[in-house]
Write a protein that binds this ligand. Structure first.
Ligand SMILES: O=C[C@H](O)[C@H](O)[C@H](O)COP(=O)(O)O
Length: 150
């Protein structure tokens, strides 16, 4: 699977670890930055880039990382077609795919030990969307708000 990654300074170290981990697991990892550690950098541009890449790359998923994951999730969700979920436990990571067909997961690198954060991403990537009618219906209701002309 192709995975689009992005992180600000707070998620930079975890992004480096994740990129290597996911590549070892056979994923095609595309890193949208930050390219270097800068303690004063900002998350929006890199998260928006990763989110846009997910939308234009069918079947791919995205991972955006910051200190809390909150701003990263907010930024990613500004991109039309993105359903970004903040995963903070194995259940929220899994449910993001199962119930919400989330195509981007946001992770707060300062909220988890490294192994825990990696496990959240793995849980997210491994879980398929259930396809259940009730979940599809709700996703379509949000999409209709996002795309009023359709
Ligand atoms: O929601 C935003 C993210 O958690 C940022 O990574 C965080 O706000 C960065 O904090 P600071 O600039 O204090 O390192």
């Amino acid at each position: 699977m192709r995975i689009h990654l992005a992180a600000d300074h707070a998620g930079f170290e975890l992004k480096t670890v994740l990129a290597a981990h996911l590549a070892r697991a056979g994923h095609d990892v595309i890193d949208h930055g930050a390219d270097t550690y800068d303690p004063d950098d900002d998350y929006p541009a890199v998260c928006l880039a990763a989110a846009e890449a997910v939308v234009s790359d069918a079947g791919s998923l995205g991972v955006v990382i910051g200190g809390s994951g909150n701003g990263e999730q907010i930024a990613a969700n500004k991109v039309r077609g993105v359903r970004a979920a903040l995963a903070w436990s194995p259940a929220t990571a899994t449910l993001a795919r199962q119930h919400n067909d989330a195509n981007v997961v946001a992770i707060g690198a300062r909220q988890h030990a490294e192994a825990e954060a990696v496990a959240l991403v793995e849980a997210f990537l491994a879980e398929p969307f259930s396809g259940d009618e009730r979940h599809q219906r709700r996703i379509e209701q949000v999409a209709a708000y996002e795309n009023p002309a359709t």
